[in-house]
Design a protein around this ligand. Structure first.
Ligand SMILES: C[S@@+](CC[C@H](N)C(=O)[O-])C[C@H]1O[C@@H](n2cnc3c(N)ncnc32)[C@H](O)[C@@H]1O
Length: 204
């Protein structure tokens, strides 16, 4: 776990944040789906938020109950600095998602390019237990990973690519897949990376 923290702290300490492969100037599908599925006061958590502008976009859209969970304190500080005064309205959780144990459920759990780093079954199951504890019945799990046409690594780490069948198999017990769309994400340094977005609704 310490390695995970060190890896990400180094990334955010040493690299130009706007040139990170996953960087977006503005959030795309994640934002569109959250706008559709959550009301302004619904609790929303962005897991592995990094320095994503999803939070800025949500605040601009009127959302008031946003939590950001991120392992790297450097990414959290950068996000707080960018948000300025607006950061006081955001709940920052500086933690490994695999250690999350809050007495709270969320209407939307958003994960863009975090779950796909969990390459072993034990960690994947742990993550799924954690989302089960923290997503309200009827709430949504919005997940974005690399697709089968996407890269096999992200930030120099191995990842797992997902498609509709794999996600459905993993989550069928408690979730219904309601949407799935691929996106060719423009890499800030040229080329594209193929992402797969899934929206699942928690049924039980
Ligand atoms: C590829 S980046 C994606 C960042 C952001 N979701 C986005 O779309 O811009 C992955 C992020 O997840 C964070 N992360 C990786 N493993 C994590 C873990 N186990 N717990 C919490 N955050 C983690 C990293 O620090 C990094 O900010």
């Amino acid at each position: 776990m310490k390695d995970t923290l060190n890896h990400w702290d180094e990334v955010y300490r040493n690299k130009d944040h706007s040139k990170l492969s996953w960087h977006q100037d503005t959030s795309t599908i994640s934002l569109r789906w959250i706008l559709e599925y959550a009301k302004n006061n619904d609790p929303i958590i962005d897991v592995g938020s990094g320095v994503s502008v999803l939070v800025d976009n949500l605040i601009d859209s009127g959302y008031k109950n946003i939590s950001l969970l991120e392992i790297s304190p450097i990414a959290i500080k950068a996000t707080k600095d960018r948000l300025g005064k607006l950061s006081s309205g955001v709940d920052f959780i500086n933690e490994n998602v695999l250690d999350l144990n809050q007495n709270k459920t969320y209407k939307v759990w958003h994960d863009r390019a975090v779950f796909h780093f969990l390459t072993n079954k034990k960690e994947q199951h742990k993550y799924l237990d954690i989302i089960n504890m923290h997503i309200a019945i009827g709430g949504y799990f919005i997940l974005s990973t690399f697709s089968n046409e996407g890269p096999k690594e992200c930030s120099g780490l191995d990842i797992v690519q997902y498609d509709k069948d794999k996600i459905t198999d993993m989550l069928a017990k408690n979730y219904k897949l309601i949407r799935n769309i691929k996106e060719s994400h423009p890499h800030p340094n040229g080329g594209v990376q193929n992402f797969n977005y899934f929206c699942l609704q928690k049924e039980r």
